[in-house]
Design a protein around this ligand. Structure first.
Ligand SMILES: *Cc1c(COP(=O)(O)O)cnc(C)c1O
Length: 396
């Protein structure tokens, strides 16, 4: 379709080419329960092991470690609490700064704030949709120096302790050059892999490359436990510490209450872990379907003027969690018209997140030039991404 048709109509046409015309409203991402969910959850109820301990918690942790290749996984109540504990284990303390992308879900910065630290916003690159390592390196050359093994922001005199890349919509950040920046500036790499279960960077699962990584199993993510998250690490001591901290720091004892620090009640209940075990068994088929869906979108949008479908970049394998359209600059001012028209047609679409650097509570935080993130914010639209959209049974 050409320029004579409004861009919103061209987009609706292409989405319908990819997924067919649907009578009912098509959400952005709905959960799919087609495996052993019911059986495993029922077993929890039948055996009365619904809460803080139970075999599914252990099994979910083992299955996650197996799938991701992380040495250990520690499951928790949600992705935000996973990130919070990752940052605490990375040594982030009150008065520190942590480098986070401006273009991410609010939880990335909130977790920094929970530690009493300040988010310091970093620009993105259009090639990956994630944090721009080269631009960050140049920026740190200007504003930071390493003193006594600690990176100091010379403008605020605060320590910068960690950097938290986020694999946006499942597309991996370019981690090798970022690791080099981390090595040079003594920063701990903590991955926000909340959106990227099933995504790989140069053959390695996202969330396992940094010192720590966080996953989310919220209802809209690739697999869900209702609510849930996990901490990934290859360091056994950190994993033990993560488990301890997230289970109210209670020492093992049959009946005594011994707690050796202020821990958190962040344990994932057995009920949710049961759901997680069943969902993880289905992950390979979800990923296949999501890949097929992305290919259909790619083909359907190939000849559509004014907009492009975002595909995984070389060296990465994306889970295509939420499919991404980028409007051309010339039609970026039609973004809201596209959002209105698609949602009115029954095709759910959403804009990307408002840059965190512009939110009320973060508007005074330090930041670098955010030109690319600002540009992506105006042009990025998510389109329906439920795996079973490739499936004719979906309509029933
Ligand atoms: C979903 C998400 C989280 C938080 O996960 P919850 O399980 O909802 O707490 C964190 N970061 C990003 C980027 C997310 O998309």
């Amino acid at each position: 379709m050409t320029n004579t048709t409004p861009v919103e109509d061209r987009i609706i046409g292409a989405i319908q080419t990819a997924i067919g015309k649907r009578d009912e409203f098509v959400p952005l991402h709905k959960p799919t329960f087609e495996g052993s969910e019911w059986e495993y959850v029922k077993e929890c109820i039948d055996t009365e092991w619904v809460s803080s301990v139970g075999s599914y918690v252990d099994r979910f942790e083992e299955d996650l470690a197996d799938y991701t290749g992380a040495k250990r996984a520690v499951v928790v109540v949600n992705g935000t609490s996973a990130l919070h504990v990752c940052l605490r284990l990375a040594g982030v303390e009150a008065g520190d700064e942590v480098l986070v992308p401006a273009l991410t879900f609010v939880a990335t910065a909130n977790a920094v704030t929970y530690q009493g630290a300040t988010p310091h916003f970093v620009d993105s690159e259009e090639r990956t949709l994630g944090l721009d390592p080269e631009k960050l390196g140049d920026y740190l050359d200007d504003i930071a120096e390493v003193r006594g093994g600690t990176c100091i922001n010379t403008q605020t005199e605060r320590p910068i302790k960690a950097v938290v890349p986020m694999h946006a919509y499942g597309h991996p950040v370019d981690l090798d050059p970022l690791q080099e920046v981390c090595d040079q500036y003594h920063l701990t790499l903590v991955e926000d892999a909340a959106e990227s279960l099933g995504s790989f960077y140069r053959g390695t699962h996202t969330g396992t490359i940094g010192r720590l990584g966080a996953l989310s199993f919220n209802g809209n993510k690739t697999i869900t436990t209702g609510g849930g998250g996990a901490i990934l690490t290859n360091d056994e001591d950190l994993a033990d510490e993560a488990k301890h901290l997230t289970t109210v720091a209670k020492k093992d004892h049959e009946w005594e209450y011994f707690h050796d620090r202020t821990g958190y009640n962040y344990r994932l209940p057995n009920l949710n872990a049961a759901l997680g075990c069943a969902q993880l068994e289905e992950l390979p088929s979800f990923l296949d379907q999501k890949r097929t869906l992305a290919e259909r979108y790619r083909d359907a949008f190939a000849d559509v003027d004014g907009v492009s479908f975002f595909t995984e970049w070389d060296g990465t394998r994306s889970n295509y969690w939420l499919n991404v359209l980028l409007l051309d600059e010339e039609v970026a001012d039609r973004r809201d018209a596209v959002l209105e028209a698609t949602n009115e047609t029954g095709l759910m679409t959403r804009p990307t997140w408002q840059l965190l650097s512009s939110l009320q509570m973060y508007k005074d935080c330090p930041r670098m030039d955010l030109a690319t993130a600002e540009n992506l914010e105006r042009r990025l639209i998510n389109i329906p991404s439920t795996p079973s959209l490739v499936d004719d049974r979906w309509a029933k």
